[in-house]
Design a binder for this molecule. Structure first.
Ligand SMILES: [Cu+2]
Length: 120
């Protein structure tokens, strides 16, 4: 029965296409979720780099790479505030920037440390 065979073949083709679409959707979702944060180092009493540009909703990971210094990171603005509390040597903190604008990330322990984050 060729017509039944054709029907089965087209049903199978549709199933395969649906499965492929589902897999590519799952793949794109997991890629978006696992997007690595922009990393900034606290080293030599400085943020390195000290100027970055990200998109709204993205995360900046601040890592204290000074072996013997305590650091800190905070944002104080009318749009967005953040306070990490102390960051021990080797410690890290993730800061998510939910709104667009230009923000200064400062260290409460070393007043000369400044990171400028431009959020598109
Ligand atoms: Cu510091």
């Amino acid at each position: 029965m060729p017509s039944l065979f054709r029907q089965l073949a087209s049903t199978a083709t549709l199933c395969v296409m649906a499965l492929l679409a589902l897999l590519s959707f799952i793949d794109s979702v997991s890629w978006a979720a696992s997007e690595a944060p922009t990393q900034v180092s606290q080293r030599g009493r400085d943020f390195q780099p000290n100027q970055i540009s990200i998109k709204r909703g993205e995360t900046v990971r601040i890592v204290n790479d000074d072996a013997d210094l305590l650091h800190h990171a905070y944002v104080s603005s009318d749009k967005f505030n953040f306070d990490s509390s102390d960051i021990a040597p080797g410690g890290k903190v993730d800061v998510k920037f939910p709104v667009a604008g230009d923000f200064n990330v400062l260290c409460g322990i070393h007043p000369k440390m400044k990171l400028t984050v431009h959020v598109e």
